[in-house]
Design a protein around this ligand. Structure first.
Ligand code: NAP
Length: 283
């Protein structure tokens, strides 16, 4: 039976370190602040934004929420981002996605100052990740890496398979594993013989968005299985991995809930602290 990777415990440690750094910055007269923009009233987005606010309070990060109506115009949103870019008390800016369809998401993300881009979605930060010389890492893949490190899971020389190639999870996840000298394959909906590929994996990361998609026959004995998925099944939160069937085969596995989710939240706090340091030339 696999060792269960306790994302809550690792996240608590990350948050504790972030809180300590916020305190030190404060002692040096530096305020750490996060602005969160939410447009419209998507219930899932509302939950995420509330959680971010709670995390900020716990850690001592000053937070501002901009809950804008569904019919907000592109110009209004861009003006808000621009004003937040200029403020010295706002270290990080996060725009909760998805935005309503009439808004141009890319334009908004590109307008956030790269130094305040705590989600690491700005093209300049994405480019830096590619090169391996970055200020911020996207929260979810960075959270996965932190868990692997905490559990002393070796990546170098390992066969790593990532299912999913989104800009926020799959692609950067593959890149981070590659930076740690894993031999990485990125799979997607057009991959041929997916189970044949995933069965090669020493480390398998599922970021698909389909409940219980990864079944036991897709997993090698002794593999490390990381489940990024957050799906609803019969009203309950459920990952992309068929946990009950896969856990007996794996050496390590992340549960849902209590795995990658809490790490994503904790890394956002870490990134916000990093942003405050960057803007104030603190090392
Ligand atoms: P996404 O943008 O929808 O990407 C899903 C990826 O899965 C795509 O690359 C897609 O391939 C691939 N895929 C879909 N069906 C497939 C199939 N049958 N076989 C192989 N690959 C397939 O989703 P995302 O934003 O990356 O998120 C993925 C999951 O992670 C979702 O459940 C999301 O809720 C969750 N998530 C969790 C956290 C967290 O903190 N735990 C954070 C972010 C996301 P194509 O590119 O070919 O379409």
């Amino acid at each position: 039976m696999a060792t269960i990777i306790d994302g809550k415990a690792v996240a608590a440690k990350v948050r504790q370190e972030a809180a300590q750094q916020v305190k030190t910055l404060k002692e040096n007269g530096i305020k750490t602040g996060l602005a969160v923009i939410i447009v419209g009233d998507d219930p899932a987005s509302r939950v995420y934004v509330n959680n971010k606010k709670k995390d900020c309070e716990e850690i001592g990060i000053y937070s501002e929420e901009y809950a804008l109506p569904e019919d907000t115009s592109q110009e209004e949103l861009m003006a808000l981002v621009e004003s937040l870019n200029q403020r010295s008390d706002i270290s990080g800016i996060l725009c909760q996605l998805p935005l309503p369809r009439h808004l141009n998401e890319k334009m908004v993300l590109d307008a956030i100052s790269p130094l305040k881009d705590v989600d690491a979605f700005h093209p300049s930060n994405v480019g830096k990740i590619m090169i391996g010389d970055y200020d911020f890492l996207p929260c979810t893949p960075a959270g996965v890496m932190e868990m692997l490190k905490e559990y002393e899971i070796e990546i170098e020389g390992k066969t790593c398979v990532v299912i999913g190639r989104s800009n926020i999870v799959g692609k950067p996840m593959s890149m981070l594993l590659l930076h740690k000298n894993g031999t990485v394959t990125t799979c997607h909906s057009r991959t041929k013989d997916l189970p044949g590929v995933t069965r090669q994996a020493d480390i398998l990361v599922a970021a698909i968005g389909k409940a219980k998609f990864v079944t036991a026959d897709m997993v090698k004995d002794g593999a490390v299985v990381v489940d990024v998925g957050m799906n609803r099944l019969d009203g309950k939160l459920c990952g992309d991995v068929d946990y009950e069937a896969v856990a007996p085969k794996a050496s390590f596995i992340t549960p849902v809930p209590g795995g990658v989710g809490p790490m994503t939240r904790a890394i956002l706090m870490k990134n916000t602290v990093k942003a405050a340091k960057l803007q104030n030339a603190v090392t």
